[in-house]
Design a protein around this ligand. Structure first.
Ligand code: PEP
Length: 254
């Protein structure tokens, strides 16, 4: 929909040293400037690169996201980073509930919900990831799983808060596998999520929430995925690590 500005985000995961991160962003600057108000571009580097990138960006229209945060503001949580700390570094977004964090680090809908609450309280916006495994898709449980994750992640939020969320539909079987969901498969789930938001909140809220697709988005499949009516952007892993590929995906969103 024309009302929703597309949002393309690069999830760098545990990749790129600080010098490499600075170099990659330098290469993206021209593309980001050229797409202007049409596409919102976000990168999610490691925690370490957030501050150097914030300084280097000097107000350039490239938004920063963290890949995770803790739900408490401070305290005895060795190894963790809080949402207020990230906001202070210039982060606009925090990815919560990425499937790697759910699968490898024990995140649950409940912890994801607490993190999202902390992100909003710190004045940032959550990018809330949901998506089914291959076994769940093959058992025809896709829409049930995604509904449970959306309900769980958004539990207790009011419509005005939900409208600020970005949701990311990321089928686990498509992440890092080179096997993207077809545009029809993705559109079906995106439309179901938007329908759910309409039932849980209202049509206005459902129409405002941006829903990204993630899972093996590449320059050669981005335009078709991003051309679907309920696909409002992309969350990009592997292809966001190369400036040329990520720039091509950003351009496909225009
Ligand atoms: C991701 O991890 O969010 C992702 C979509 O990865 P990839 O693009 O590499 O599949």
């Amino acid at each position: 929909s024309a009302r929703r500005r597309k949002i393309v985000a690069g999830n760098w995961k545990m990749n790129k040293t600080v010098p490499e991160a600075l170099a990659l962003v330098r290469e993206l600057r021209g593309t980001v400037a050229a797409v202007g108000d049409v596409v919102e571009v976000v990168v999610a580097p490691t925690f370490l690169a957030l501050q150097p990138l914030h300084v280097a960006l000097e107000g350039a229209p490239l938004q920063l996201a963290a890949q995770n945060c803790h739900w408490e503001s401070s305290g005895a949580f060795t190894g963790e980073v809080s949402a207020p700390m990230l906001a202070e570094l210039g982060c606009a977004y925090v990815i919560v509930g990425h499937s790697e964090r759910r699968q490898l680090f024990g995140e649950t809908d409940e912890s994801v919900n607490k993190k999202a609450r902390a992100v909003l309280a710190a004045g940032m916006k959550p990018i809330l990831c949901v998506g089914e495994t291959l076994a769940e898709r093959e058992a025809n449980q896709t829409l049930d799983v995604v509904e449970r994750q959306v309900r769980g992640g958004l539990a207790g939020f009011e419509a005005k808060d939900v409208a600020t969320f970005v949701l990311a539909y990321e089928p686990v079987w498509a992440i890092g596998t080179g096997r993207n969901a077809t545009s029809a498969q993705a559109q079906e789930v995106h439309a179901a999520i938007r329908g759910l938001l309409g039932r849980l909140y209202d049509g206005e809220t459902a129409g405002r929430v941006r829903i990204q697709y993630g899972g093996s988005v590449k320059p050669d499949n981005a335009a078709e995925l991003l051309g679907q009516p309920d696909i409002d952007g992309a969350l990009v892993g592997g292809a966001s690590l190369k400036a040329g590929d990520f720039a091509a995906i950003i351009k496909a969103a225009t």
